[in-house]
Write a protein that binds this ligand. Structure first.
Ligand code: PMP
Length: 366
């Protein structure tokens, strides 16, 4: 390979490694918050039929406005959300890129509170948007005084906040969302609810606040609860005006007809897929309990993953687990590790491997 001519690559991209968790071939994969359950026979049959039908028209471009998918997503979300208030793209990653393409840009600022989702600064970089982070408290919750003061001072066009937060699992209380929407003068608050379906009973969704705050955007994904990470479908609910603005920046026909067909087929099976979510929530709560009973620090989680620690050398523990066939994620604040929630058998393998790693005097203890 001949090297790129000097100066060709944008300065801020030089020497940067492409984002991505290691994709390793090991027996227990608990590192990217996937849903461990592949589609059931019934879901698979419906997806196959839908794809076969879409294939007949592959000589034609897809419905650019993905009307039928918007209708199905609006019906799934409820809360009075209309199809005109829904936008979708190839994963919520692309949805967020659209938001920054439309509302960020040179001399504008996007803001979040660390620790937060590691892709946000990349969306900002790629859209030439300034990037800044405030901080979270020791327990990973957000201090309303700090958050509101920072938003008032820095006047960002976009605030990006996952709820539940990745990598900590922490959900945002509605008061916090309301306070930030009010503090934002001419900006939007994007509440990234990629993991919303996994939240514990009594934790509300930001969707409830949409009618009150026109500058609130709630993003979701089919990658987690719907077990459809491979199909790449993310979406948002916001005002119809926000959705209309995103039509300007999307690539023509950005959602393929196959993608639209697969997403609609999966949505027809929402009840069944959400049944598996209940099993994962129970497994998550059991994992938190087990980790605490074994002396680990654990962040409260409303998501399908758990952040735990603290290890003097977390890399040693991560490697020890990998050596035992269990891949988790080395992410979050120093000393912490994140494990995604898998099947009962996968979580048993994780517990066994962790017990063995932390019992080994050569490896770190909590
Ligand atoms: N937001 C958060 C907080 C995430 O953790 C992820 C995936 N890890 C995404 C968005 C993007 O998911 P996708 O593009 O698959 O919808």
């Amino acid at each position: 390979m001949s090297p790129l001519p000097p100066g060709l690559l944008r300065e801020e991209l030089r020497g940067i490694e492409p984002y991505g968790a290691p994709q390793l071939d090991v027996p227990v994969l608990l590192n990217v918050n996937e849903n461990p359950y592949p589609p059931s026979t019934a879901v698979l049959a419906d997806i196959e039929r839908a794809v076969a039908e879409a294939a007949r028209d592959l000589n034609r471009y897809p419905d650019r406005e993905f009307v039928a998918l918007r209708e199905a997503l609006a019906a799934y979300l409820g809360h009075g959300v209309t199809p005109a208030q829904v936008w979708a793209a190839n994963g919520s990653n692309e949805v967020m890129l659209h938001l920054l393409q439309a509302f960020g840009g040179p001399s504008r600022l996007a803001l979040s509170f660390a620790p937060t989702y590691s892709m946000y600064p990349e969306y900002a970089r790629d859209t030439h948007t300034g990037w800044e982070v405030g901080h979270r408290d020791q327990d990973f919750t957000l201090d309303p005084d700090h958050a509101v003061a920072l938003v008032r001072e820095r006047r960002p066009h976009v605030v990006l906040l996952p709820s539940p937060n990745n990598p900590t699992g922490t959900a945002l209380p509605p008061d916090m969302i309301g306070a930030l929407c009010e503090a934002l003068d001419g900006g939007v608050l994007v509440v990234d609810e990629a993991y919303a379906e996994f939240r514990r009973a009594g934790t509300p969704s930001a969707l409830e606040l949409l009618p009150t705050y026109p500058n609130l955007v709630v993003t979701r994904t089919m990658s987690k609860a719907f077990a459809l990470a491979g199909a790449r479908v993310g979406y948002l609910a916001a005002s119809a005006e926000v959705c209309d603005a995103l039509r300007v920046v999307r690539l023509p026909y950005h959602l393929s007809s196959v993608t639209q067909a697969v997403a609609r087929a999966a949505l027809r099976h929402a009840d069944e897929l959400l049944g598996a979510v209940d099993r994962l929530r129970a497994e998550r709560d059991g994992t938190v309990e087990w980790l605490r009973a074994h002396g680990f620090s654990v962040a409260d989680s409303d998501a399908n993953f758990v952040l735990f620690g603290k290890f003097p050398d977390r890399h040693d523990v991560w490697q020890g687990l990998l050596d035992r066939g269990v891949l988790i994620r080395e992410t979050g604040p120093d000393g912490w590790l994140r494990v995604s929630i898998g099947t009962a058998a996968e979580m048993a393998a994780f517990r066994q491997a962790l017990t063995s790693v932390t019992a080994d005097p050569r490896e770190a203890r909590p």
